[in-house]
Design a protein around this ligand. Structure first.
Ligand SMILES: [Fe+2]
Ligand SMILES: [Fe+2]
Length: 273
């Protein structure tokens, strides 16, 4: 019986997007079934790769070299779906990586329940985006994508608090800010398929941010530290740049992210330092 950490490494070392997501969903179903039966799979230990396996396509370019297209045009909307597919594939790996990377930190099983569920949902999201691309005669890999998406993971590979602060609580929270605008673009274009897919993504991402703030607060509570202060110092250390308003205050609140966590990290904020 493979441990959860070994399963995570299997996903991380699978290059093809559809195959990665199929394996991810199968492992998530096994974990859930074993938990429901009261016989949880062992978390175990395994060494995740420094960076996950990726397919030959898309070509990964420096963000400055990725062509920009007007979102109002059909090509621009296709590029937007492709960019979201790329983000979702990266998110699948991010969630399996946090599972395998930090097994030296004793965490409650609920920590693994949450990240397995998040990884399962990201796999569904990638499939939804890949389906949308294919319905429009394209596919994931048909255009270049951002390199450097793994940077936040590499930077925080030795710091669980930092990983939670930067990945779910900054990067995934940013998704809550920008997704309604994307949904609008497709709604205005009358493209019902992408609207429905992005609405699923938007609804499910709130929980991923919430898992981040829940476990971040839990760790700080165990350490006896002030979560807000620790969050500010870790984001300043690991995240390159300031946070950009406007924020989705309502969904951030649903996810357990209060304004005094993120506003002080915006450009020109009085940090009180
Ligand atoms: Fe997602
Ligand atoms: Fe997510």
């Amino acid at each position: 019986m493979l441990s959860l950490a070994e399963r995570a490494v299997q996903v991380l070392t699978t290059a093809d997007g559809r195959a990665k997501c199929a394996l991810s969903r199968a492992h998530a179903a096994d974990w859930r079934a074993a938990r429901a039966a009261g016989t949880p799979l062992p978390v175990g230990k395994a060494t995740p790769p420094d960076a996950p396996a990726r397919p030959e396509r898309p070509e990964l370019l420096d963000p400055r070299d990725v062509p920009r297209r007007r979102p109002g045009s059909p090509a621009g909307r296709l590029a937007l779906l492709h960019a979201v597919a790329h983000i979702e594939l990266n998110a699948v790996d991010l969630h399996w990586d946090i599972i395998a990377r930090f097994t030296d930190h004793p965490m409650p099983l609920g920590f693994y329940d949450d990240w397995v569920k998040a990884a399962d949902e990201e796999s569904k999201h990638f499939n939804l985006m890949a389906d949308c691309l294919e319905a429009l005669g394209s596919h994931y890999g048909a255009m270049p994508a951002h390199a450097g998406m793994w940077r936040a993971a590499s930077d925080t590979a030795g710091d669980l608090h930092g990983r939670l602060a930067v990945v779910p609580m900054v990067l995934e929270a940013r998704g809550l800010d920008v997704t309604p605008g994307m949904i609008d673009i497709f709604r205005k274009a009358g493209e019902a398929g992408p609207v429905a897919a992005l609405e699923v993504i938007y609804a499910e991402e709130v929980a991923h941010v919430a898992y981040g703030s829940k476990w971040f607060n839990w760790l700080c509570g165990r350490d006896g530290t002030d979560p807000k202060e620790v969050f500010h110092s870790l984001v300043r250390r690991y995240f390159h740049g300031s946070l950009k308003p406007p924020f989705n205050e309502e969904k951030r609140a649903d996810a357990g992210l209060p304004p005094d966590f993120y506003w002080p990290l915006t450009e020109g904020a009085d940090t009180g330092a």
